[in-house]
Write a protein that binds this ligand. Structure first.
Ligand code: AMP
Ligand code: MN
Ligand code: MN
Ligand code: MN
Length: 288
């Protein structure tokens, strides 16, 4: 099948132990291949340390690969995620930008643990760190796993309803990268910037319009339409947004773990028609 067709089982969003997933890049490549994925990208949060391994593993399965990452930014007071695809993973400015974005996570984690201790949950920093395959990338997901282990909640979804989110114990506001910087790092490294799971944010229509307009003005070119985070109605809604803003459409499960993720690698509907798939714009960046 042609890699520029819109009927392609592309999965361009998932996480390994290099960020907050539970599988290695090699295990993910094997799982993607077994699930019938035809084009894959590993998109660890704020980190590209798994790219060489993912690329080599993809090649061993004959699975076409795009480099990937998911950058945390702050926009209008909220955390937003920008996926980068098809960039040069050796680009020094991209590497420095991601290193800087990861930088505040250690201190934030200590503050999260202090906030949890204030409601009687002890040892959360050490507990979360035990789950972090990459100590530079300690995230709320690792705290969520520890709170399940400690018997505070039954599953990680329950943790995010009761803890670690705005207004709840364990939440620490954080300033991430700017929209402009994240889009520039990706674009200047030859890649394509994509707004991740747009339906997940709590923006007013005006703020959402501003996000899409400014993203586009800074050189952003894609939006996730079919993702594990969207409902069927949201596929339609964001397909319309993609057309309105002249953005290409992406597709990805956001798979983190066989035990936690409800959408497996590649197990998503195809992109709706009359959209430009991001991989059509990235045809010369695909590693076969
Ligand atoms: P962080 O980058 O440390 O703020 O952690 C964010 C990560 O927490 C996301 O990438 C998800 O993996 C996870 N997460 C955030 N909100 C939820 C939620 N409501 N349910 C499950 N996982 C979540
Ligand atoms: Mn995550
Ligand atoms: Mn995300
Ligand atoms: Mn993700």
């Amino acid at each position: 099948m042609s890699l520029v067709s819109s009927i392609l089982n592309a999965d361009l969003h998932c996480h390994s132990v290099v960020s907050d997933g539970t599988l290695t890049p090699e295990e993910l490549a094997a799982r993607a291949h077994a699930n019938g994925v035809e084009l894959w990208a590993l998109t660890d949060h704020d980190e590209i340390g798994g790219q060489q391994r993912a690329m080599a593993a993809a090649r061993s399965h004959g699975l076409p690969y795009l480099t990937g990452t998911e950058i945390s930014i702050t926009f209008a007071g909220q955390t937003v995620h920008i996926v980068g695809l098809g960039f040069d993973a050796e680009d020094p400015r991209m590497q420095a930008g991601l290193r800087q974005t990861r930088g505040g996570r250690g201190e934030r984690a200590r503050e999260m643990a202090a906030s949890l201790a204030a409601v009687g949950i002890q040892g959360a920093y050490e507990g979360a760190l035990k789950y972090a395959g990459n100590p530079e990338l300690i995230s709320r997901t690792h705290f969520a796993r520890y709170l399940v282990e400690a018997g505070v909640c039954r599953e990680t979804n329950e943790v995010f309803r009761k803890y670690l989110t705005e207004g709840k114990p364990g939440f620490v506001p954080h300033r991430w990268a700017t929209l402009r910087d994240a889009v520039s790092w990706i674009s200047d490294a030859g890649g394509l910037a994509v707004i991740a799971h747009p339906a997940r944010y709590n923006f007013s229509p005006t703020e959402e319009y501003a996000l899409f307009s400014e993203f586009k003005a800074h050189g952003g070119r894609g939006v996730e339409v079919v993702t594990g985070s969207h409902s069927a109605a949201e596929y339609v809604q964001y397909a319309d947004m993609a057309r309105e803003f002249g953005l290409a459409a992406s597709r990805g499960s956001d798979f983190h773990s066989p035990d936690e993720s409800h959408t497996d690698l590649g197990a998503l509907p195809l992109l709706p028609g009359q959209l430009t798939p991001v991989w059509e714009l990235l045809a010369d960046r695909i590693q076969q």
